[in-house]
Design a protein around this ligand. Sequence first.
Ligand SMILES: Cc1ncc(COP(=O)(O)O)c(C=O)c1O
Length: 377
Amino acid sequence: MDNASSTCLDERVMEAMEPYFFDKYAVATSEFGHSMGVESKEGLDGARKSIAENIGASPQEIVFTSGSAESSNLALKGVLSANDGHLIISDIEDFSVLHSARTLEKAGYDVSYLTVDDEGFIDPDDLKEEIRDDTVLVSIQHANQEIGTLQDIKKLAEICKDAGVFFHTDATHTFTRIPLDVNEIPADLITLSAHTIHGPKGIGALYLRDGINIKKQMDGGFQEFDKRGGLENIPGAVGFAKAVELVTKEENDRIKELRDRIIDRVLKEIPDTTLNGAREERIPQNANITFHYVEGESITLHMDMRGVAVSTGSACFSRSLEASHVIMGIGGDHERAHGSVRFSLGRYSTQDDVDYVVDNIKEVVERLREISPLGKE
Ligand SMILES: Cc1ncc(COP(=O)(O)O)c(C=O)c1O
């Protein structure tokens, strides 16, 4: 139930990667020297091509990175340092975007933070108003990592296109789960991840629309069209492509049904619960619910003892010791953030799992409420 943090590698992904650890281990740049290098380059090119195809892009628009965090760092820092100007982000972004923006701010760039409504949506009119003559880049996530709210990314990207501003979106939690075609959605840069869709850790990609000038952030050789130096992670890239290929619409529909079962059962069967994020426009794999008058970390620890991994927006669970900036961003107070629990589903989640989780969380919450110092009175 914590697949948003990371998923289990699919065995078919492991099988696809294996030859690139043992027989085909040469570096891709050796393609001009020996046939082993050619084999590796073919593996890398094939992976790049199938990932590109999934979003309607060309292979040369896909830059492999070590994961989403690096992709978003490259997008924000790379664009701003090559095209000096103003940056706009939302205030519920993942830390990889939020902290990149803060680093740029410290370096002297001007950054604006858009607030969201109580379901986590950006108001397109707010974006229009915030864009200035010197705005260079807008970065708004496709879906939120905690509450799962899905933005109207087409509308936001079109506003940026009309204004002549680059648009980046972090699609870590939507890639392959929600269709995204760069021929329909004029996004210029997109952050993509493998380990959230049963692919390997340590590999991700940045879609970079042809012709956009960015400054390389990782110096090294001329790999990745000279956008990211360092030896390519070929087994990772091959595994990433395999993971992309394995996600189907049927799987996404099934996961969505399980998500709805969690939401419907919890809200109906457990009193004083609030769904965080939008009910309809949310990713299929996420349910985030606040259990009022109890603390998320107590629920999390009790559920762990019952064999269930969930996550919470409670402060004590975050290394920063601050309550979730996302729940606070949608207008929640500390109590709502502390009592929030995220359930995130994946390929191997079943209806039995979901029922076990709801039955157990019901008992746990009931008991905790009996002894809770945050009790209603
Ligand atoms: C929305 C989002 N973007 C980016 C990241 C960073 O991903 P990674 O740490 O896998 O590079 C995460 C991680 O949880 C995330 O949820």
